[in-house]
Design a protein around this ligand. Sequence first.
Ligand SMILES: C[S@@+](CC[C@H](N)C(=O)[O-])C[C@H]1O[C@@H](n2cnc3c(N)ncnc32)[C@H](O)[C@@H]1O
Length: 278
Amino acid sequence: MTTSTEQFQHMLDNLASHPINSSTLFDGDTKLRLLRSAVLDLFAVSQVMLSQLEALLRQMDVQSTQSARLMETRSEGANQISHNVPRIALDEVLENVPALLQHAERHMLFSMILGLRPRWVVEVGTHQGGSALIMVMAMNQVNFGNVVCIDPAPIIKPETWELLKSRTILIEGFTPDAFAEAHQIAGNYFDFAFIDGDHTTTGVICDIEGVLPYLQDGAYLLFHDAFNVEVQAGIDQSVAEHPNSLIDCGMITRGKTGPDTQGAWWAGLRLLRYATDK
Ligand SMILES: C[S@@+](CC[C@H](N)C(=O)[O-])C[C@H]1O[C@@H](n2cnc3c(N)ncnc32)[C@H](O)[C@@H]1O
C-alpha cells in the first residue's frame, strides 16, 4: 500500500517530467490532461492526508483520555494514601476542648504549633487545661514538642490531664517567679510563650520582662485577650521598651467579646517575635 507521501512524491515527479508554464498551459490536450490529472491527484492525496490526520487526532484524543484517566487514578491513589493517615475531625475536636478561647483562636493556636513546631512552650494561665490541650494535640500531630504550664490554681479534670500528661509539665505557681523553675525543669530555653494569665497592664509587663531571659532567639510570644485595653497597654509598653528585640506582628485574630459589665473588651490573639543576638 502506498502512503500519501509516496503518492504525493509520484505526482510531483510526474509533473516535473512534463513542466507546465503559463505559455504552454492551454497549448495542447496533453498538458491540459496532465494538469487535470495533477489536480485530481492532489485532491486524492489531500483526502488521504486528511484521513490520516483524522486518525492521528483520534489517537491523540485516546492518549489524552488515557492520561487523564491515569491522572485520576493517581489522584485517587493519593487521596487513598492521605485517607489512610489518621486525621482528627479538627473543627469538632477544637470546639469541645475546655478552653476560654474563641473558635478562630483555637484554630490559630493549633495551626501555629503545628506549623512552627516549637520544641518547648511555656504557658502562663492554664485554668482548665484547654489551651494547653490544643497545643498538645498539635504537637501529637507532628510527634514533637512539650509544654510547661504555669498557673497558681489550675482546675484540670483528670480526663483532660490524661490527654495532656505525655507532653506537659505543670507548675502550680505565679509568674514571673515561676519562669526560672520552668526553664530549669525544661532544661531548655523556650521557643514559644503563650501568655494568658494576669491581664493587668503591670501583670503583662512583668510576664514579658520575666520570660525574656528564658526565650530562645526567634521565639514567639502569643498573647490572649489582646483586645483588652490593659493587656494591649502592657504589650505596647514592652514593645516600646525593647525596640531592638521585640518585633510586633500585631493582632492575628479579629473577633472580640464585650463590653462586659465593666465596659471591658476581651479576646484576640496578638503575636510578638523575640529577636536577639544572645
Ligand atoms: C483566662 S484563664 C486561662 C485560660 C486558658 N489559657 C485557656 O484558654 O484554656 C487565666 C488563668 O491565669 C491564671 N493566672 C492569673 N495570674 C497568674 C500568674 N501570675 N501566673 C500564672 N497564672 C496566672 C489564673 O489562675 C487563671 O487560671
